[in-house]
Design a protein around this ligand. Structure first.
Ligand code: OXD
Ligand code: MN
Length: 610
């Protein structure tokens, strides 16, 4: 039994002291470790994990200071059906979230966490989401019994000693507690990837702004700074304080004349945010630089513009599909000091995943640790396998990444994975219409969350799994932002779809580096340099304004890319109306008006696209 831990030696913040004391009493760990984020600390954790066979060091000649973890088969993705928003009124969580009464859920949590760290070390991780000196940043403390979480949080957040001076100043913090949910009896041998698949709970208390996560050691379920704090809890903070916490990448784009603009873009999980955030432009003279690939916090500056920071410090990217051809900068970012989860291992002690190279290396070990049989029809790396790499290693990291002011956002892009209906790019008529475009995002599902893959689902603002309150109130929050500033200061809103297919089931648009052609049009639209064609769904590019230099694309494919099929769009409007009906009378009237206007425009304009 653990006794006499003097937490006041670690911090003077009374709220922190009593919270940590309380959690020690509840979880009953064998020991407590206050993380300082030093290299020595990280090295000794790795040494411990290596001695326990819980991690595989990669060949330092291939991937210096990098490590491979393998989870169990039942702990490979976010678990949306086990994710809960616990506020007093069920209506405040809304129909798209799983709601539970906070008092009941707190009791359930206390029961589960009681003694859950027996035989384990409790790690206490102070962390900052966003640059340390920024007034847009927020602090959290994660208590966890997983060393894997500590190692990942060390890359994904600013953590350890550097956060303590802020905590000591009595700054408020978001308390986050996590356990793999597998207490050890005396002399019981630990699992290589301890977890408790039958009892997973990812729980948020938005009113008190706290997070409790139990049973899973994986990604967004366990690294609580990411989806739980930076999106679900932060979206509540943002609603209360008139800012935005969004599932968006942030990139800087510079034209050949040296003018620079910043763009934020929201796509559902595993739809190419990381690729877009650091793309290598095909067009000469254009440059893209990366601020972030997953989350944006945007607050109004004194000049009335929206300024964005990336609350994270690392990439927790989907590995399969990433290659030097498709995302050179991501590959460079993960060449060293990186962690890998559920990827395959080569004979040389390097990592591999599907589409990294054309040829599958011989003698691969798959993500479950077995010799890989390429004829098995199974992937060698899990479809949701990940790399964790520091943003500081990204060759195109934007110089303003650490700027405490953030960067001014000129355009916001929404998008999804749609084989048909939705054109390559279109622009909203105004802010209300832009909010409607965000609300109408739908996409085919991917392996990022447990469940069926390839099914079309509505995912408003790509925030369906991440909005920590009633989505209808969230639509309203977005609509109301226009009252906080002049409309000329607000970003313009666009919608893109890289995934349209032709009759032969082939992708029409090459995507990746060629997406610069679309970004260029957006850049020129926000600079008022090009006009556009008005259609029933929004403004689309005039073909002569889309830079197609050196792109081999047929006329038929091009017109398919921008086709606006009246019938399909009317069906789209019907589906959206049915989807919106789940919000009942909470749905802002403006959304109803937008559907009606869309229908009116579609029926008036018989021929929109050509
Ligand atoms: C992620 C996700 O991990 O969206 O970023 O699932
Ligand atoms: Mn994401």
């Amino acid at each position: 039994m653990l006794q006499n831990i003097d937490i006041s030696k670690w911090t003077k913040n009374k709220k922190v002291i009593s919270w940590v004391e309380d959690k020690i009493k509840l979880c009953k760990p064998d020991s407590v470790h206050f993380c300082d984020g030093s290299k020595e600390e990280i090295d000794s954790l790795l040494k411990l994990l290596i001695s326990q066979n819980k991690v595989i060091p990669l060949n330092p000649k291939k991937k210096p200071n990098s490590y491979l973890f393998r989870s169990t088969v039942d702990d490979v993705a976010r678990v949306e059906e086990r994710t809960f928003i616990c506020c007093k009124n069920e209506e405040d969580a809304g129909p798209t979230n799983n709601w539970k009464d906070p008092v009941e859920m707190k009791n359930t949590m206390k029961d589960l966490f009681s003694g859950c760290m027996h035989g384990r070390v409790m790690y206490v991780i102070p962390f900052c989401m966003g640059p340390l000196s920024s007034d847009k940043s927020h602090i959290g403390i994660e208590i966890t019994d997983s060393a894997y979480v500590v190692l990942n949080m060390n890359i994904m957040t600013r953590m350890g000693k550097k956060v303590m001076e802020y905590l000591d100043k009595d700054i408020d913090f978001v308390p986050c507690i996590h356990s793999v949910g597998k207490p050890l009896k005396k002399n019981e041998k630990d699992d290589l990837w301890p977890c408790n698949p039958e009892n997973k709970y990812i729980v948020h208390f938005p009113e008190e702004k706290s997070i409790w996560s139990f049973g899973s050691g994986y990604g967004g379920n366990a690294l609580l700074g990411k989806k739980c704090f930076a999106l679900r809890i932060a979206s509540n903070m943002a609603k209360e304080q008139s800012w935005l916490a969004e599932h968006m990448l942030i990139l800087g784009i510079t034209n050949p004349q040296g003018e620079k603009k910043y763009i934020a873009a929201a796509f559902p999980s595993s739809c190419g945010k990381t690729n877009l955030a650091m793309l290598q432009p095909k067009l000469k003279g254009w440059k893209v630089e990366c601020i972030g690939d997953d989350i944006a916090w945007m607050k109004f500056g004194e000049d009335g513009k929206l300024y964005a920071i990336n609350p994270e410090a690392g990439f927790f990217g989907v590995a399969p599909g990433t290659s030097y051809q498709t995302n050179y900068n991501a590959m460079k970012s993960l060449e060293q000091n990186s962690l890998f989860t559920n990827v395959a291992l080569t004979e040389e002690g390097d990592v591999w995943w599907e589409k990294m190279t054309d040829k599958i290396p011989d003698g691969l070990i798959d993500w479950q640790g077995n010799l890989y049989d390429p004829k098995s029809n199974k992937p060698a790396a899990h479809a949701n396998s990940r790399f964790t790499a520091p943003i500081s290693q990204c060759p195109v990291r934007d110089l303003d990444f650490e700027n405490p002011k953030g960067v001014p956002i000129s355009a916001i892009i929404f998008g999804g994975r749609r084989e048909d209906v939705v054109p390559l790019v279109y622009e909203s008529f105004d802010w209300n219409h832009g909010v409607f475009l965000g609300a109408s995002v739908s996409s085919q599902t991917t392996a990022a969350a447990k469940g069926e893959i390839g099914k079309l689902r509505h995912d408003p603002f790509a925030m369906l799994p991440f909005c920590g309150y009633n989505m209808a109130d969230y639509f309203n929050h977005w609509l109301n932002l226009q009252n906080k500033t002049q409309s000329s200061k607000l970003p313009k809103i666009f919608y893109v779809n890289w995934f349209k297919k032709n009759e032969n089931n082939e992708f029409i648009w090459p995507g990746f580096s060629d997406n610069i052609r679309v970004l260029k049009w957006i850049f020129e639209r926000v600079s008022n340099k090009v006009s556009a064609k008005k259609t029933a769904i929004g403004y689309i590019p005039r073909i002569e304004d889309l830079d197609l230099t050196n792109l081999d694309i047929s006329k038929e494919n091009l017109s398919k890319l921008f086709e606006i099929n009246q019938n399909l769009w009317l069906q789209e409007a019907d589906k959206l109306q049915t989807y919106f009906s789940v919000f009942k009378d909470k749905l802002p009237n403006e959304m109803v008006n937008q559907i009606k206007s869309l229908r009116d425009r579609l029926t008036k304009e018989t021929k929109c696209a050509q």
